[in-house]
Design a protein around this ligand. Sequence first.
Ligand code: ZN
Length: 272
Amino acid sequence: MYGKYKGNLLIATACDAENGLLPIDFAIVESENRSSWTFFLWNLFFSIGCINNVCVISDRHLGIIAGMKAIEEASNVTWHHHLCMRHMIDNFKKNVKSKELSDQVWRAATLKCPNQFADEMRKILSASPQARTWLDQVPPHTWALCYDDGRRHGTMTTNRAESMNSVFKGVRGLPVTAILQQTFIRVSDYFYTRCESGKSMSGEHVSSMQQCLERTTHDARAMLVRRLDRSEFNVQDKNAVMYTTFLYSDHVDCQCHVPKLFHYPCAHVIAT
Ligand SMILES: [Zn+2]
């Protein structure tokens, strides 16, 4: 905020099924610290209900991590904190001062296969002792896609959430009561627009998922499938690369890791 009353406007944003923004919680606080983040996260907790395995993606602000810990200790839920890769890479660049290594860390973060991640990390760590020291403080499960068990749904940064700033353009300089009023009006308008956009979709899935399934179904037609047992299949893609897929009654899995990490079927699963 930059008007007469200084402070920070905190916003928690989720994604809807069409990858649109879903603002959930707002708070005006004096500053970002442990106490204000804990207050905010408790309000988020009550807004979304007592849900387990909530994934929070943010920068490495100690107040956020402490607030999440306080919630976990006082309730019986487990929340997971994952790092925004844009913030992490900015910090890495500031400390290690190498664009090449930063690009390598970014590449490692987005790899779906743990073996490929290990190979990339070996190259990074052997190239720079400074990178090794810095990365030792940041466990891979907090930033690498292949170790997040699908909690991020492939979302690696908070970039989209930060585009909420454009919704609040011109608001942050207003008095507090006007900020509250404008927040309500703008979020209501935003929800109405998203709702109308949703109503215009027909079919079983949202538009982006429909297009994704059409693409993967098209790719699946060029694949060869061999059944190994009741639930296990070998699938060869058009480049003759072999994947093993598993079709169980309650879930599917594939060696490409797409179903687990992104929560939709890959072409190998569709081919079976
Ligand atoms: Zn697959």
